[in-house]
Design a protein around this ligand. Structure first.
Ligand SMILES: Cc1cc2nc3c(=O)[nH]c(=O)nc-3n(C[C@H](O)[C@H](O)[C@H](O)COP(=O)(O)OP(=O)(O)OC[C@H]3O[C@@H](n4cnc5c(N)ncnc54)[C@H](O)[C@@H]3O)c2cc1C
Length: 422
């Protein structure tokens, strides 16, 4: 497994992540952005971005993202296609795990955005990719001149219905509410469009077909009556679910979005959150980008406040190796208290990042062996080597309360392992 260190890691290369990367790189932070699907996120679905100030005439979402990407890279950002699998905080260092590489950084931004909600009706799963779609710009062209149903009544549903109406004269919006809830300009355009009909107070009960979508069974919520509507495609735009699974212990609002303050800080120092995954009232490119910029600004201050931990990493590591060379270890072991806190399978470079240049030798020693948390500790025999990682996670839940991370092993006299690890 490769190990890579930097100042600032960003999970998610959507508008929020790319904006934050640009600001952070420009301010001198070594910045890496990881994205499971490559740069862009939801913005790739925008057919015409016409509400972003300063961009006129409108551009396609992918064009906009391509410029953002180049701009971030021009300041030194590295964008890497990889899914973030887990995040841990060890001391002052964030460890971000992907399939091939472990990343360590002083600050971390969660910008994992949101993914579409599903209807959960019979036929939806079976016909996804065979008429059921969540992306008009991706799949709309397959249904030129066909019967298209759009489910939903918000901004996405209305905007996408307008786009689909350029491909077909037979677009029907099914909406469970009594009034479309997109912004007024968009609603006016939908209602004035002769290719679009709207059925209010209507829910989808089933999507039917043989090999592909052939019809939709819908119910009028007022009368309770059901009817079947011929359809070749069903585009579902009924909202998004925030992607918070990496930080499931953080505080969230009723919609499941992560709560931050206006500096994008979470309850965990150095952990920031930006964009659609964050609790806020307005989810747009411009708010995602603004979140990202604020997070970068705060991350920079945070990283600098760690007394140059990232910048002096190599120097400190060398210093530690000198101080705690294997041969010298028994001397320290004798002087240690009976109950000590230290690492087991803890990467040495990450440990170095938690040590500051200004510390005395004694402080260094205490940082390594006496890391903060001191709950009730099992003895060494109770923590077999192979199980230490699982035990670490549990222990840190106690420390942070709401956040899954690991940093401290707290048990008696296995100090030799620290030296072996270094
Ligand atoms: C169809 C549609 C039309 C829209 N039209 C407009 C518009 O006209 N104007 C406007 O301002 N806004 C529009 N929006 C809203 C706007 O696109 C979003 O608010 C904005 O893009 C959110 O950006 P984000 O970076 O927060 O999240 P996202 O764009 O969702 O990006 C999150 C990224 O994180 C990645 N990710 C998630 N989990 C992981 C993981 N574990 N590891 C690595 N990467 C991960 C995802 O792959 C994704 O690339 C539209 C949205 C949609 C869906």
């Amino acid at each position: 497994m490769e190990n890579v260190s930097c100042d600032y890691i960003i999970a998610g290369a959507g508008a929020a992540g790319l904006a934050s990367a640009q600001y952070a790189s420009r301010s001198g932070l070594q910045t890496i952005v990881l994205d499971l699907a490559g740069p862009g996120g939801q913005a790739l679905q925008i057919i015409e971005l016409e509400n972003y100030p300063g961009i006129y005439p409108p551009v396609r979402g992918d064009e906009f993202i391509s410029v953002m990407q180049k701009q971030a890279e021009s300041f030194g950002t590295r964008i890497i296609p990889a899914e973030v699998l887990s995040i841990d905080k060890i001391g002052q260092v964030f460890h971000v795990r992907t399939a091939k590489t472990d990343y360590a950084a002083s600050a971390l931004l969660i910008a994992t955005g949101a993914e579409h909600r599903t209807l959960g009706v019979p036929g939806e799963k079976e016909f996804t990719g065979a008429g059921v779609s969540y992306c008009a710009v991706c799949d709309g062209p397959f249904f030129r001149g066909k019967n298209i149903i759009v489910v939903g009544g918000g901004d996405s549903a209305c905007t996408e219905a307008l786009y689909l109406s350029t491909l077909s004269e037979h677009v029907m919006i099914l909406y469970r509410g009594a009034k479309l809830k997109a912004d007024k300009t968009t609603v006016d355009r939908v209602l004035a469009n002769k290719n679009i009909t709207v059925r209010y107070n209507t829910v989808v009960k089933e999507i039917r077909g043989t090999k592909r979508v052939e019809s939709v069974v819908m119910e009028d919520t007022g009368s309770g009556s059901s009817s079947e509507q011929p359809a070749d495609a069903v585009f579902v735009f009924i909202g998004m679910n925030p992607r918070t699974e990496l930080v499931d212990m953080l505080a969230k609002d009723e919609a499941g979005c992560i709560i931050t303050n206006d500096r994008m800080e979470t309850a965990v120092p150095g952990l920031f959150c930006a964009g659609d995954v964050r609790s806020k009232s307005f989810r747009q490119i411009i708010t995602a980008v603004a979140d990202g910029a604020v997070a970068a600004h705060e991350a920079e201050k945070y990283v600098r406040s760690l007394s140059g931990a990232g910048a002096v990493k190599v120097k400190i590591l060398k210093k530690m190796i000198g101080l705690f060379a294997l041969a010298a270890f028994p001397v320290f072991a004798e002087t240690l208290p009976q109950n000590v806190t230290f690492w087991s399978d803890y990467p040495a470079d990450a440990l170095a990042e938690t040590i500051t240049d200004r510390m005395t030798d004694d402080e260094l020693l205490s940082q390594i062996f006496m890391f903060g948390w001191s709950g009730a500790e099992p003895d060494e025999a109770a923590v077999p080597v192979g199980q230490q990682r699982a035990w670490q996670r549990e222990s840190v839940r106690l420390e942070y309360g709401r956040y899954r991370t690991c940093c401290k092993i707290h048990f008696v006299s296995s100090a030799r392992r620290v030296v072996q690890q270094i």
